[in-house]
Design a protein around this ligand. Structure first.
Ligand code: AMP
Length: 359
């Protein structure tokens, strides 16, 4: 059986690794010359809106999924007519527009930071008065890892912030003085069955995820599961869905969703019974979902902008090394380490050794 994957970056690579274990072949569509997943399957090199390439992908796959969030919705609609597409265009359309995403959260009664949609600099000035300061201005579309964002601390920052987002349709959010950032990685099957991984606690650096640590039994688990269920059901989502939240004094405040496997779920490769990648592929091809339980104390540490020091990492107790075989560039994710240990204090010792290797 063959699965088509839109995008062939590291998420596609890890989906294919899980797919291979299930006996699947993968076909990737990606415009890059040698994306890092291409070593694990057939690579159709084309833009995401190339209709002939989308037709070729559909004809070579029993089911099609995605690892990249900014595939044009029209391409998914084109594919939906000729292949089993999981997740569908509805999930992607919502996640691609922060305005639509917030409207969905509002309609489901999921708390968000106070926000206003803005289309002009004058609207931004009015929104600053309504939302208060500090506030974060984000482009509605094509933002990720803190890109397309600007923090406003005073009314004098309006013009600079508007320029920083390129004068694009944007959303102004009140800055949440969060206690921590957490995420819920959930998976939904075509028959509606849902499984949830333990809530993960996430630490960002410069707007990019740095570490994720699963917190089985976290008091916010139930609320996060309820929000993820409501969103997944409303979008009729099939596959993994990740939901990022702020913990504001013990109350969950929604930040954003990703309609795909997520960096904050990478720990599941070594620290859960069935990984997010395997569960996503199971959902895509209609297999029963796997067990999402955490099996040991664990955490994930990203390797960003430097070569993956594989031998040094391999010498650290409990370290499972995942290199994406990508050339390092500033801010680029090139790998991660999952630490899985028998006891929590060993996790602390091993993570200190990993951090010492990171620049
Ligand atoms: P995002 O691309 O929306 O996930 O934002 C990237 C990071 O910026 C988040 O993980 C937070 O650390 C920070 N951030 C985004 N929005 C807010 C907010 N409204 N209040 C406080 N911090 C935020």
């Amino acid at each position: 059986m063959s699965v088509g994957i839109l995008g062939a970056g590291q998420l596609g690579r890890m989906l294919a690794q899980a797919g291979i274990s299930l006996g699947l072949d993968c076909v990737f569509l990606d415009p890059a010359e040698a994306p890092c997943a291409a070593v694990l399957g057939k690579h159709l090199r084309a833009e995401f809106d190339d209709l002939a390439a989308l037709d070729a992908l559909a004809s070579q796959s029993e089911a099609v999924t995605l690892e990249f969030e900014n595939v044009p919705v029209a391409s998914l609609e084109h594919l939906a007519g000729q292949a089993t597409l999981r997740p569908g265009a509805k999930s992607l359309a919502c996640a691609q527009d922060r305005g639509e995403e917030k409207a969905l959260f509002d309609s489901l009664g999921i708390a968000t930071p106070d926000y206003r949609l803005v289309a002009t600099e004058a609207e931004l000035a009015t929104a600053v008065e309504a939302v208060g300061l500090p506030a974060v201005l984000k482009t509605r579309r094509f933002g990720y890892d803190g890109k397309g964002q600007s923090v406003l601390r005073s009314a004098d920052d309006v013009a600079a912030a508007w320029q920083a987002v390129g004068g694009q349709p944007s959303i102004l959010e009140a800055f949440v003085p969060f206690r921590r950032e957490v995420s819920m990685v959930a998976v939904r099957a075509a028959d509606g069955d849902m499984r949830f991984y333990p809530l993960a606690e996430n630490v960002h650096r410069d707007g990019i995820l740095h570490t994720s640590t699963p917190r089985t039994g976290d008091p916010l688990t139930e609320a996060a599961e309820a929000a993820a269920r409501a969103v997944a059901e409303s979008l009729e989502h099939v596959g993994v869905l990740a939901f990022e939240f702020f913990d504001r004094d013990g109350e969950l405040v929604a930040n954003e969703i990703a309609p795909r496997v997520h960096n904050s779920g990478h720990w599941t490769q070594d620290g859960a019974v069935c990984s997010q990648f395997e569960n996503h592929m199971r959902a895509v091809i209609g297999l029963p979902l796997g067990d999402t339980r955490q099996i040991a104390p664990c955490m994930m540490i990203n390797i960003i902008g430097q070569a993956v020091p594989v031998p040094a990492l391999a010498a650290i107790p409990g370290a499972c090394v995942h290199s994406y075989a990508k050339a390092p560039r500033p801010g680029r994710k090139v790998g991660h380490v999952n630490l899985v240990t028998a006891a929590a204090d060993e996790l602390t010792q091993s993570s200190a050794r990993v951090h010492a290797l990171l620049t």
